[in-house]
Design a protein around this ligand. Structure first.
Ligand SMILES: [Zn+2]
Length: 441
C-alpha cells in the first residue's frame, strides 16, 4: 500500500462559494493507493491520535499554497500543433477559413509518427501548466485517418499521466468533403467512431450550404445515439448572426435525451445575435443541458476580420450563459497552427482573457473563476463523477503558487506541482516567498 500525506494546503474545489481561501483553514490530504483517503483540518494530529505511525508515511509540506483539481482543456487540436510555419501553411489573412484551406493543402504528408511527435510536445506544454484532462479534435477528412490513429495511440500510451478524449472531427465538412474513393466526411466520422474516438464532431457553418449544415447536425446526433458517444461540434464559429446551427443541435440533442453529453464549441455568432433571439434560445439551452467550450484567445484573433470599426470581440456570451446556469468551459484550441500563431497551453492565460473579454471581474466572479478550468471542464468532458478533491476519488490535483483564488487569478500564477493518482508528475520551485523578498536580494 502506498500512502502519502500532503500537509498545509488551502483547497479550492471549484464549487461556488468554496473559493475564498483566506477564510478557508489549512488542510491536509491523505492519499492511499492513488485515491483520496481523507481531507481535513489537523489531519496529521488526528491520524496520530488514531495510532497511525506518521513518521513512516511520506509527507509533503505544501507550504500554505492553494490546491485545486487539475485543469481541463476542453478544446484543442493536437494533430495541428506546431504546423504554422510549414511551407504553404502560413495563414496570411488570419481568418478561420484561410486556416482550413492552408491545412487542407498541406496535410497530405502527415504520418502517424510525425503527428505523435508534435502532439507529445503539445501535451507536455499543457501538463506543465497543470492540465491533466484534454479533449482533442482529430481531423478525419483524410482517407488514411492518420491524425486519428496517432491520437488514439497517444491516448492509450499516456493514460497514466494525462486523460485524452478524442473527437472524430470532419475539418473539411461532413457533406462538403469528398474523399478519393467517394467517401463523405460523414462516412469518415463514423469510421473514426468505430476505431475508438470518444466524440462525434461537426462543422456546420463551414459546409457549402445551409442544407448540408443542417443535415450534418442530424447525422451528428444520430451517430452519437447509435454508437453511444459524446458530441462536440464546432458550431457557428462565425460573426454571422444568422448562423444558427446551435439551436438545431440543441433541439436534436435534447429530443434524443443526450443534451448533457453535447458540447457546442466556439458559438461566436452568439456574440453577434440580438438579445431577443438569445433570450428565446436560452430556454432550450438550459432544458437540454448543453455544454459550451469557448476558446477566447483563438477567436479574439480569428473573428471580426470582416469588421472595420467597431470590431467585434468574437467570443460567445460566457457571462450571460453562466448567469443563466449553462455550463461553459475553456480551451486553448491551437498551438502554433494555421489558425493561431502562438498558444502554449497556459490555461491561466486563457482564463485571464475570458474574464476580460466577457467582463466578468466583480470580486465574486474572480473568486469563482477557477471553475471554468476545473469543474466546468470536467462537466463538459462528462467526468464529474471521478473528478475533484473528495475521499474515494482518484487523487488528482494541482498546487498553485497562490494562497487564494483571487491571488491565483490576479498573479496569473504558475502551477507548482501536479499530482496524478497520488504520484507527483512535476514540481516547480519558487525561491521568492513574497514580492518584498526581491528588495532584499
Ligand atoms: Zn477547434
Amino acid at each position: 500500500m502506498t500512502t502519502t500525506l500532503f500537509t498545509n494546503v488551502h483547497i479550492a474545489t471549484g464549487m461556488p462559494g468554496s473559493t475564498a481561501a483566506e477564510t478557508t483553514p489549512l488542510q491536509d490530504i491523505l492519499v492511499e493507493d492513488g485515491r483520496f483517503k481523507k481531507i481535513g483540518q489537523r489531519l496529521v494530529s488526528k491520524l496520530a491520535t488514531q495510532g497511525m505511525d506518521i513518521s513512516s508515511i511520506e509527507t509533503i509540506d505544501l507550504e500554505g499554497k492553494l490546491a485545486c483539481p487539475p485543469f481541463c482543456d476542453t478544446h484543442l487540436h493536437l494533430d495541428y500543433v506546431f504546423t504554422a510555419r510549414k511551407p504553404g501553411a502560413v495563414n496570411e489573412s488570419g481568418t478561420l477559413f484561410e486556416g482550413i484551406q492552408r491545412w487542407s493543402e498541406t496535410k497530405s504528408d502527415l504520418t502517424v509518427d510525425e503527428v505523435k511527435e508534435r502532439a507529445r510536445i503539445g501535451i507536455a506544454k499543457e501538463m506543465r501548466h497543470g492540465v491533466q484532462f484534454i479533449r482533442s479534435h482529430a481531423d478525419v477528412t483524410d482517407p488514411n485517418l492518420t491524425s486519428l490513429k496517432a491520437l488514439l495511440e497517444l491516448k492509450e500510451e499516456l493514460k497514466d499521466t494525462v486523460t485524452l478524449q478524442i473527437v472524430s472531427f470532419p475539418q473539411e465538412g461532413m457533406y462538403s468533403y469528398e474523399g478519393p474513393h467517394g467517401e463523405s466526411g460523414a462516412d469518415l466520422v463514423e469510421e473514426g467512431l468505430k476505431m475508438g474516438a470518444d466524440c462525434v464532431g461537426g462543422i456546420p457553418h463551414f459546409e457549402q450550404c445551409r442544407e448540408f449544415g443542417e443535415r450534418s447536425m442530424h447525422t451528428v446526433v444520430e451517430l452519437a445515439s447509435k454508437y453511444n458517444k459524446l458530441i462536440d461540434v464546432h458550431c457557428d464559429e462565425t460573426d454571422d448572426p444568422n448562423s444558427r446551427y446551435l439551436e438545431l443541435l440543441s433541439a436534436l440533442a435534447y429530443r434524443a435525451g443526450i443534451g448533457s453529453k453535447t458540447t457546442a464549441s466556439h458559438t461566436c455568432s452568439l456574440g453577434s445575435a440580438d438579445n431577443a433571439y438569445f433570450f428565446h434560445l436560452t430556454k432550450l439551452l438550459k432544458a437540454a443541458h448543453i455544454n459550451f467550450a469557448c476558446a477566447p484567445t483563438e477567436n479574439l484573433y480569428l473573428q471580426g476580420r470582416q469588421d472595420t470599426f467597431p470590431k467585434r470581440r468574437g467570443i460567445t456570451r460566457v457571462k450571460e450563459l453562466t448567469e443563466a446556469g449553462v455550463n461553459v468551459s475553456l480551451g486553448q484550441d491551437s498551438m502554433q497552427d494555421p489558425w493561431y500563431p502562438v498558444g502554449n497551453g497556459n490555461m491561466m492565460l486563457i482564463l485571464d482573457y475570458v474574464l476580460h473579454l466577457a467582463q466578468m471581474m466583480s470580486f465574486e466572479e474572480i473568486d469563482d473563476a477557477l471553475k471554468f478550468l476545473t469543474v466546468n471542464g470536467a462537466t463538459t468532458l462528462g467526468m464529474r463523477d471521478s473528478y475533484g478533491l473528495e475521499a474515494g476519488k482518484p487523487a488528482n490535483f494541482i498546487v498553485l503558487d497562490a494562497s487564494s483564488v483571487f491571488d491565483a487569478v490576479y498573479e496569473r500564477c504558475d502551477v507548482l506541482r501536479s499530482v496524478r493518482e497520488g504520484r507527483t508528475l512535476f514540481t516547480r520551485n519558487t525561491s521568492i516567498t513574497t514580492d518584498l523578498d526581491l528588495l532584499t536580494l
